[in-house]
Write a protein that binds this ligand. Structure first.
Ligand code: CA
Length: 226
C-alpha cells in the first residue's frame, strides 16, 4: 500500500522540495498551501501522515493540529518549526503533534522522522494486556487503567508507557527511549522525554495513586513500585 502524506506549507519552493523528496521515496504526496485547505483535505480524505509547517498565512500550524485532533483525526503529525525555542516545541506537542523538526533541516532527517512515525502508527499487534502493580495496558484498545480508573492516553503517551510496561523494574536510559519511541537519535538537548514522563505521571497519579515511573537523575527512568 502506498502511504499518503499531506504536506502543509505556504512557501511554494519549500513545499515542492519536500514533496519531491517524499515522492522519490515512493510516498504519494498532496500539498496544502494554507491551514484552511489543510483542514479540509485532512478531514475529507485522511492521509497516513501530515507534515505541518507552524508558520502559515491563515490559521497557524498549532491551531490546525488542535482542530484536527478535535475533529478526531489521529494520523501522525510532524510539525515543522523555524524556531528553536523549547517552548515552541512543547507548544507543538501540546497541540497534539507527534514530533517536530526545526527548520532548516536535512532531507535525510525528514525521511527518517517520517519513516519512524509511519512505523509507530502501524496497527498494533493484538496481544494480551500488560500488567504492572495496579496498572493495566490493553494493546488492542490502547487504553490504560489503574485499578478501576480508566486513563485516556494520546498515541505517544501510550507508546512510552508500553515501552516501560515491557521492561518493568529495568532502567531505561534516555538513549534507549529515544531510539525505541522516536526511532532515531534525538541528541542530548531535547527535553521531549521529560515532557512525556510529566504527562504520564499527571495521568497515572490523577487519582492520588502512588508513583510508578521514577527518575534516575542523569541516567533515565524506571517503572517500579516504591
Ligand atoms: Ca511557512
Amino acid at each position: 500500500m502506498v502511504e499518503r502524506i499531506l504536506v502543509v506549507e505556504d512557501e511554494a519552493r519549500i513545499a515542492s522540495l519536500i514533496s519531491r523528496t517524499l515522492r522519490l521515496e515512493g510516498y504519494q504526496v498532496e500539498v496544502a498551501p494554507n491551514g484552511e485547505t489543510a483542514l479540509e483535505k485532512a478531514i475529507s480524505n485522511p492521509a497516513d501522515l501530515i507534515v505541518l509547517d507552524v508558520m502559515l498565512p491563515d490559521i497557524d500550524g498549532l491551531e490546525v493540529c488542535r482542530q484536527l485532533r478535535m475533529a478526531g483525526c489521529d494520523e501522525p503529525v510532524l510539525m515543522l518549526t523555524a524556531k528553536d525555542a523549547i517552548s515552541d516545541r512543547v507548544a507543538g506537542l501540546d497541540a497534539g503533534a507527534d514530533d517536530y523538526l526545526v527548520k532548516p533541516f536535512a532531507f535525510d532527517e525528514l525521511l527518517a522522522r517520517v519513516r519512524a512515525l509511519l512505523r509507530r502508527a502501524a496497527p498494533p499487534d493484538v496481544s494480551a494486556p500488560l500488567q504492572f502493580a495496579d496498572l493495566e495496558l490493553d494493546p488492542t484498545t490502547r487504553q490504560a487503567r489503574r485499578g478501576e480508573r480508566e486513563i485516556e492516553l494520546t498515541a505517544k503517551e501510550y507508546d512510552v508507557l508500553e515501552l516501560f510496561m515491557h521492561h518493568p523494574r529495568q532502567v531505561l536510559t534516555r538513549d534507549i527511549i529515544y531510539d525505541r519511541i522516536w526511532g532515531y537519535d534525538f541528541g542530548g538537548e531535547s527535553n521531549i522525554i521529560e515532557v512525556y514522563v510529566r504527562y504520564l505521571r499527571a495521568k497515572l497519579e490523577a487519582g492520588d495513586e502512588p508513583r510508578l515511573i521514577y527518575t534516575l537523575r542523569g541516567v533515565g527512568y524506571v517503572l517500579r513500585e516504591e
